[in-house]
Design a protein around this ligand. Structure first.
Ligand code: SF4
Length: 372
């Protein structure tokens, strides 16, 4: 039985650049969108023969702000993708969207194109926090956009929220969670703001203008966990909460180590290698170069590395420890000591899988590091 794979498309366009964002993105500027979509499709055709016999299971349009694409360009993209890949076994198609980047007709088009899951980047419902985050939408617009997705019949709707945002308190975070729940989403992602290199926030952090408070992070994480699990959400990954049947299949595939093909500038792919266990490559993180390279050599690979099985398994440790199904002990290098985690009630051992407790989840990165 051929193993399934996933497809990721990186659409790096945003109306406004948020000061905390470390993804490859830029304002549309003079980008020729038709040329860009044609480059994505040409790149898809270039890689397709390698995976011709394998079923495509999930597709994720991320960025950037994929919902910025016009209806004409979205239609062109999906028509092209359906010519290259069979969609007959696709179980989920995700799209990242920002409030106020679509109206009802576009939301209906998402549905017609087969998009099953939309993640709406709300981040906060507080005006002061939205301003601090450099967001160009209001909480009212976020709620209106969410209602449009529902009206259009999108089967699974996620809200992205952020905690430990400048000016945030436990009260405003509790209010954000309450306002999110009032919209009745199927899924909530709650990300802890981190200061990533090459962002405006990182510079401010280095100058001491922004600070990090580990205790506050822990309290806000716990507040989200307690509020959302009490509301019936399953806390299935450190940052993710789902109502029954609405977990992200695409992300699950990624955490579990399924192969994925990434298209677009800066996109990463990981596939079976010829000589190695896995081959990973990253595309050039530059839209103009990307379009040019696709038109001249057919692909946009910039860096590549070969991973042996042990290296690949080590990566799985950090990702699977974040999930509520946990880490199979078989992924740990032989002789790894984990008993102390059990003694300190940071993890439980169930059917040979190490599953972090709520207290352990607060320390997930440190625990992963100690095991690696
Ligand atoms: S956070 Fe989202 S909207 Fe903001 S710059 Fe990054 S990709 Fe664009």
């Amino acid at each position: 039985m051929p193993r399934p794979f996933s497809l990721y498309l990186h659409l790096p366009f945003c109306h406004k650049i948020c000061p905390y964002c470390s993804f490859y993105k830029h304002t549309p500027g003079k980008t020729d969108f038709t040329a860009f979509i044609n480059a994505l499709l040409a790149e898809a055709r270039h890689h397709a023969p390698k995976i011709a016999d394998r079923p495509l299971r999930t597709i994720y349009l991320g960025g950037g702000t994929p919902s910025l694409l016009s209806e004409k360009h979205l239609t062109h993209l999906f028509e092209g993708l359906r010519e290259v890949f069979s969609f007959s076994q696709v179980e989920e198609i995700d799209l990242e969207a920002n409030p106020s980047t679509f109206h009802l007709a576009k939301a209906q088009l998402f549905h017609e194109l087969g998009i099953t899951r939309v993640s709406l980047g709300v981040q906060s419902f507080q005006k002061r926090e939205l301003t601090a985050l450099g967001r160009d939408h209001s909480s009212k617009e976020a709620a209106e956009s969410f209602h449009l997705l529902r009206e259009a019949g999108i089967p699974s709707c996620n809200l992205d929220l952020m905690f430990s945002v400048p000016l945030q308190t436990e009260e405003t975070w509790a209010d954000n969670l309450a306002q999110a729940l009032a919209l009745k989403p199927d899924h909530l992602s709650c990300y802890n703001l981190t200061y990533e290199e090459d962002t405006a926030y990182f510079e401010q952090f280095q100058k001491g203008e922004l600070t990090e408070d580990g205790n506050l992070n822990a309290r806000l994480f716990t507040l989200a966990h307690d509020t959302l699990t009490a509301a019936g959400f399953r806390h299935y990954e450190t940052s993710n909460y789902a109502t029954p049947g609405h977990h992200s299949k695409h992300n699950q595939a990624y955490w579990e180590g399924d192969d994925y093909l990434g298209l677009g500038p800066s996109a990463v792919s990981t596939f079976d290698g010829d000589r190695s266990f896995k081959l990973r490559w990253k595309n050039t993180p530059d839209t103009d170069k990307y379009i040019h390279q696709i038109s001249t050599v057919g692909h946009a690979m910039q860096d590549s590395e070969e991973l042996n099985e042990e290296q690949f398994n080590l990566e799985r440790i950090a990702l699977l420890l974040r999930t509520d199904t946990g880490l199979p002990l078989s992924y740990l290098p032989s002789g790894t000591r984990f008993e102390q985690l059990l003694e300190n009630k940071l993890a439980n051992l169930t059917e040979n899988r190490l599953i972090l407790t709520r207290s352990g989840s607060l320390l997930v990165d440190a625990i992963a590091e100690s095991l690696i």
